[in-house]
Structure formats: C-alpha cells, structure tokens
Design a protein around this ligand. Structure first.
Ligand code: COA
Length: 330
C-alpha cells in the first residue's frame, strides 16, 4: 500500500518562562483582573525574554516535535513558519532562520502570514505537499512574539495577547485518515479591523510613525468579536459538510484561543458539550499563530485525542481570514 495519507507524527510547544498575570497589568494600564477575566477569560499570559525571538521560540517547539516523530532535521523536506511577528520585516523569512538553527540542510523554508489564522493555513499547505506525494516530512510551526507588536499603553489590546510557539511534524503514511477536509476563507473588507498601520511598504517607518505609535497592533474589538463568533461555527460546519460528517461526529474542537466568550458562543452554536471543545486561553491569552498548535499539544498530553478521533481545528484572525480543518487522528 502506498503512503497516500498525511499524519501529525510529532508535536511540541514552547512557552516563555515569564508569567504575567492580570494584577501585573493593573499596574501598567487602567484595567482590573475582574474586567480581563470577565471579558476574555484570560488569567495570565507568557512574555518572551528580551533575547528570545519568534525564531528562537519556534526552534524550541520544533525540536521536541521532531524527536517525537523520529525525524532528523536533515530529513525535513520543508519548513513552514506561521507568524505575524517575523524576526525581520519582510525578509529573510523566519522559516530560513529556523531551517539554519535546526540544521535542516535539505529543507525548503518559508513563512505564512495570515494573522492569527496563519497556523491553520500553514497546516493545510504542509499537508498538500505530502498528499501530492511531492514530500514526506514537513515541519509546520506557529510562533508569535505578540508582546513586540502590542502597545503596552493600550488597555483595549495589551491584556489579550501572549507569546508562544507550537510545532507539528507532518509525515506521509499509509494509515487512513489524516486531513479529511478544510475551508480557507478571507474577507479583506475587515483589514482595518485588526492591523499594524506602519512598518510595511504602505507606511514605512519614520519619526512620525514611531511618534504616532503606528507600529503597534490596532483593533476594533467588537467587530472582530462579531466576526469570530460567526466564522468559527460557520467554517467548521462547512468543513464537516465537505468531509461528509456532522457535529455529532466531532470528538474535539480546537478553536483559536482568543477569548473564552468567543469560544463559548461558538460551542453553543455548534451545540457541543464543554468537554468537546478545548480551551487554555486562561493560561496563555491569545498567542496568535501558536494558539492552535499549543492547544493541540496540551489536548494530546491530556489524553483528549485518541486514534480514530475526529478533530476540528479553526483558526481565524487579521485579514480578516479563517482556516478550518477536519482531521481523523491516525
Ligand atoms: N480594562 C478595563 N476596561 C476596558 C479594557 C480593559 N483592559 N478594555 C476596554 N475597556 C473598556 C472600554 O473602554 C469600554 O468602556 P466604555 O464603555 O466606557 O467605552 C468597556 O470596557 C467595554 O468595552 P467593549 O469593547 O464593549 O468590551 P467587550 O465586551 O466587547 O470586550 C474585547 C472587549 C476586546 C475583550 C472583545 O471585544 C474581544 O475579545 N474582541 C475580539 C478580540 C480578538 O479576539 N482579537 C483577536 C482575534 S485573532
């Protein structure tokens, strides 16, 4: 039998050591532990040390994923780094930095940018390289140093995000299952709802842009909330339909961890019991591209996914964009 499927053969995560709880934020901006918990479900988040970068966190998540998969770095065909906070703006790709740090001498490498939806896109892209038969071992990492693009004076955003990385190794396999279906979507009308105004080709860095704090993330929280509560159930139902499945078949949903209220809203819309939706937003906040791979790792560590399970992952974010995928755990 030929290796006609893809499987997630290894996984790893990295959370920076430094824990910043809501009380620490109370001393920085006009906010409260009660407000943050009630409006977002977040209790604490991790913040990268000054010497840590998106690349260094990605490497620390990738190594255990490679070990678990039994894949040497030199056997990797491709490295995809999903990130919105690359080490350098534009180029080189953080993927190339990760490739060098791992010693993945045979691998191609690139970044996927799709806001907090990037890992969802990266995972589907990586799987396609394997499903076409072109490649056998693909590393997909979601890594974001959100603390570097957050305005620590803006209480409406700084309380919501954290830093982390998560990685999976995709391998060709003859075990049936793997990626059953996916939905990728984008609504660029929503671009100004969540963006970093300056530092790109539209508004290059200048004294004025720095003074205007235009290199930090800006967000219309209410509109993004409405978008997220629509897109999670909508795209998961569409992906299920493409796989010939229904919500009754779902063993676990791993949604992007942005806000417990968004997740709860989606869970109720999908009519799923709490135990079938994974959450860890309380511990890490919104870690952007790292959110889904870190949640996947923790779900696996907790034994919440076993062979044969149907798992839905739904990433969404700036763009606005979304990426949902249905996997049969093989
Ligand atoms: N502490 C205390 N008060 C705060 C605050 C904070 N950190 N941030 C905002 N507020 C205030 C607002 O200024 C507002 O005050 P006002 O009524 O006097 O103007 C009030 O709290 C309510 O703000 P509102 O925006 O209506 O709150 P909300 O219930 O919509 O929650 C978010 C705000 C940001 C938590 C919520 O909209 C959200 O999660 N949106 C999605 C964000 C997201 O997930 N983005 C990433 C997607 S990948």
């Amino acid at each position: 039998m030929s290796d006609s499927s893809v499987r997630i053969a290894g996984w790893g995560k990295y959370l920076p050591q430094r824990v910043v709880d809501n009380h620490e934020l109370e001393r920085m901006v006009d906010t409260s532990d009660d407000w943050i918990r009630a409006r977002s479900g977040i209790v604490e988040r991790r913040i990268a040390a000054p010497e840590e970068t998106t690349c260094s966190m990605a490497v620390r998540a990738a190594r255990p994923a490679l070990d678990m998969a039994g894949v040497e770095a030199g056997e990797l065909d491709l490295i995809i780094v999903a990130t919105g906070t690359p080490d350098h703006p534009g180029f080189p790709a953080t993927g190339s930095l990760v490739q060098e740090a791992l010693g993945a001498t045979r691998a191609g490498a690139f970044d996927v940018g799709a806001g907090c939806g990037a890992f969802g896109y990266g995972l589907v892209i990586g799987a396609q390289f394997i499903l076409t038969g072109a490649q056998r071992n693909v590393l997909v990492v979601g890594s974001d140093a959100m603390s570097r693009v957050i305005d620590w004076r803006d209480r409406t955003t700084c309380v919501l995000f954290g830093d982390a990385a998560g990685a999976v190794v995709l391998r060709a396999t003859d075990r049936p299952g793997g990626l059953l279906s996916f939905v990728l979507g984008s609504d660029g009308c929503g671009a100004p709802k969540l963006y970093v105004p300056a530092g790109g080709s539209k508004q290059p860095a200048s004294h004025e842009s720095v003074e205007a704090r235009a290199h930090f993330l800006k967000m219309d929280g209410r509109d993004v909330f409405r978008f997220a509560t629509r897109v999670i159930p909508g795209s998961i139902l569409e992906a299920l339909d493409r796989a010939g499945l229904t919500t009754a078949d779902l063993d676990l949903v791993i949604p992007h961890q942005a806000n417990i209220r968004i997740i709860e809203h989606a869970r109720k819309k999908l009519e799923l019991p709490p135990e079938r939706v994974f959450t860890n937003v309380d511990k890490y906040g919104n870690t952007s591209s790292a959110s889904i791979p870190v949640a996947l790792c923790e779900a696996l560590e907790q034994g919440r996914i076993v062979e044969g399970d149907i798992v839905a992952m739904c990433a969404f974010g700036a763009g606005l964009c979304w990426a949902s995928a249905i996997w049969k755990w093989n």
